[in-house]
Design a protein around this ligand. Sequence first.
Ligand code: TYM
Length: 355
Amino acid sequence: MNHKSRIISPSRPTLHFIARFIFARMDRVVSGIRPTGRLHLGNYFGALKNFLQMQHEHQCFFFIADYHSLTTHPNPQNLKGNVRTVLAEYLACGLDPDQCTLYIQSDLPQTAELYLLLNMHAYVGELERSTTFKDKVRQQPDNVNAGLLTYPVLMAADILIHRAAKVPVGKDQEQHLEMTRTFGNRFNRIYKSDIFPEPVAFNFGKQLVKVPGLDGSGKMGKSEGEGNAIFLSDAPDVIRKKVMRAVTDSGPTVSNSPKPEAIQNLFTLMSIVSKPETVKYFEEAYNNCSIRYGDMKKQLAEDMVVFTTPISEKIKETEADTSLLQKAISIGKEKAHQSANETLKLVRTAIGFSV
Ligand code: TYM
């Protein structure tokens, strides 16, 4: 009897059963990004970097949040182009449609049904207290639509439709996650069910991240003004120009003085893209008042270029490959539907819809 013939190989149904068992026990993960422009370092380090690692360890659902982007009334051509761009950038960064479920939010109308159902138990008072809503009311007083008010309910529907436990996001989404837990728990309580777990905002680095912008204050954002954000697709010279224009001051005059916000932001950016010894070198120079911000910015720009160049090259390649983009999204749609239908069935039964 040869050695090989003694190995007992499990049958296909057994393997299938084992795979389903392992899959069912894995934490489910959901997250999305709005198609409102190209992805920047804030999106990458706040969210995408975690997506890339989690896709190998969990059952992940990552989507392009096109319903959410409608609050600012994009025209159809822009919306279409932006969805395609985010999809290409997801793939170029390393999201793998075989490792995770990648889909477009509007391809999953089950989310809209769950949003409607959750809206019945979301109160205007609590929605009006959301920080994001209050900010939007200030920023766009002429367009305070109901979609803005109920934005956190739609986000809860995105997460709860797959009964996710972990949601990789940046610090700015923390309150939305808190509201998601409130809506999920409320549903469970009202309908005496345990359909929804309590999802948590997640980052491998333990703390949620806020990547600052280059304009001296606040976070890096797509619409925070020209030069504030470094996009993954930016050419090296564009990055150099943006970084060299970043806000600084005349430099410290007293040893070990606290850093003003604009300077702290440069150090934070450096800690994200540069080697620890580089950060240490400039920290020491700052503390002994010998720092030259011009040198620091040159170094920061070069480290950003080293980080983004392979990604931006891959983005160009991916954007040109229509069949790859279409294939990625059609596999994902199928898988997302299956998961969402399972949840909706439980939800509809709990509410009393089915006969
Ligand atoms: P959006 O499109 O504004 O941003 C996408 C992701 O990038 C993170 N992010 C940042 N992280 C750190 N520093 C920054 N400067 C920075 N800028 C953006 C965001 O925290 C986010 O994780 N509402 C969401 C989209 C969404 C969603 C969801 C997310 C809709 N449904 C369900 C998770 C789960 C948004 O507007 O993200």
